[in-house]
Design a binder for this molecule. Structure first.
Ligand code: KG4
Ligand code: ZN
Length: 335
């Protein structure tokens, strides 16, 4: 059995996990500094970096202990760490810690792309899933439609040309005077709202698979200025319907073009109830398996990073101690 320690610090979550080569999760610990950022309406990079420095040691120790390992000299085979994309000050903390543990314990380490990590989340919940998969990866920082032909084999079909889906949720929530992060709150309000109260555009950005959310955000601002008597629940429902409609239309045309066995949702916005329901309907319509991650697997965690690292180690890869962090590392790009 190969056992890998995963480390994730690309944004506000400090996470460590132990995963074996059958994708069995032995421990997964996630600490978030979100409370420190709430008052600012978004993640403050410097605060996130400082929080990682104080949290990374205890989080790794807890994960090792929960997996029943000796925290001073654990019997692990390798370390996988997120080395991009993300906030530079946050990435550097996890990467430096991974290098230090690698030297101290005499095990190799490998830098993992955070987005590739998200793509491994469905495998952790269903190790025998059938490929290819059409995956919608939607978070606070990214929105992509990806064709996965196998673990670690992917092609980006489309991505947002402006804001990410989660960013649009957070910006609209801020405009409506709701707290940060705004996604869960809008989702909750939308469930009792009337989505037909505001007429909002469904941006299509041409015939390809690219996405766009900033026009919708501006449309919400304009519409609420014009109709200031519309209830907040109805605004939330109208916005959520327009956003998920765009995602579903793009996914539908991707499914018409490419033959796959399943569809998957990944990233923080995968927690959205409307999106989950619509994706599940779309999957039934195309007779595909639908992979909806549990809430722990939607948000950032280190188990998915360990899983992506396991795959790289199996191919004989490891990283040199000179590896740097790349805050803009593209999913399709070489390191
Ligand atoms: O993946 P994630 O935890 O962090 C990033 O890597 O960005 O995603 C956080 C994003 C936030 O923008 C948050 O508002 C959004 O996911 N989010 C949601 C829901 N829960 C979280 N958006 C819509 N509906 C939700 N239920
Ligand atoms: Zn993420």
């Amino acid at each position: 059995m190969t056992l890998v320690l995963g480390i994730e610090t690309s944004c506000d979550e400090t996470a460590a996990a132990l995963v074996d080569d059958r994708y069995h999760v032995h421990a997964s610990v996630v600490e978030s500094s979100i409370d420190a950022h709430r008052a600012f309406g978004g993640v403050v990079p410097e605060l996130a970096g400082r929080a990682h420095v104080t949290t990374i040691g205890p989080v790794v120790k807890r994960a090792l202990q929960e997996a029943g390992l000796d925290a001073l000299s654990p019997q692990i085979d390798a370390i996988a760490v997120t080395s991009g994309p993300g906030l530079i000050g946050s990435l550097l903390v996890g990467l430096s810690a991974a290098k230090a543990f690698s030297l101290a314990w005499g095990v190799p380490f490998v830098g993992v792309n955070h987005l590739e990590g998200h793509l491994f989340a469905p495998l952790l919940e269903q190790p025998d899933l059938e490929w290819p998969l059409m995956t919608l990866l939607v978070s606070g920082g990214h929105s992509l439609i990806i064709l996965q032909s196998g673990p670690g084999e992917h092609q980006v079909l489309g991505e947002t040309i402006d804001d990410a889906a989660g960013e649009a949720y957070d910006k609209v929530a801020r405009w409506l005077g709701l707290g940060y992060p705004g996604g869960p709150e809008i989702d909750r309000l939308a469930q009792v709202g009337d989505a037909s109260r505001l007429e909002l555009p469904v941006s299509m950005v041409g015939a390809g698979f690219d996405l766009s959310f900033s026009g919708l955000k501006t449309a919400v601002v304009r519409a609420t200025q014009k109709h200031n008597d519309v209830a907040i629940e109805d605004v939330a429902a109208s916005f959520q319907a327009a956003l998920s409609e765009q995602l579903l239309r793009k996914l539908r045309s991707a499914l018409e073009r490419y033959e796959v066995r399943g569809v998957a949702l990944a990233g923080g916005v995968a927690a959205n109830s409307a999106l989950r329901a619509k994706l599940s309907d779309l999957a039934s319509e195309f007779a595909l398996t639908c992979h909806l991650p549990s809430l722990e697997m939607c948000t950032d965690n280190a188990a998915m990073i360990a899983a992506a690292g396991l795959h790289r180690f199996a191919r004989g890869e490891s990283s040199p101690y000179s590896l740097g962090a790349d805050p803009n590392w593209q999913l399709d790009g070489a390191r």
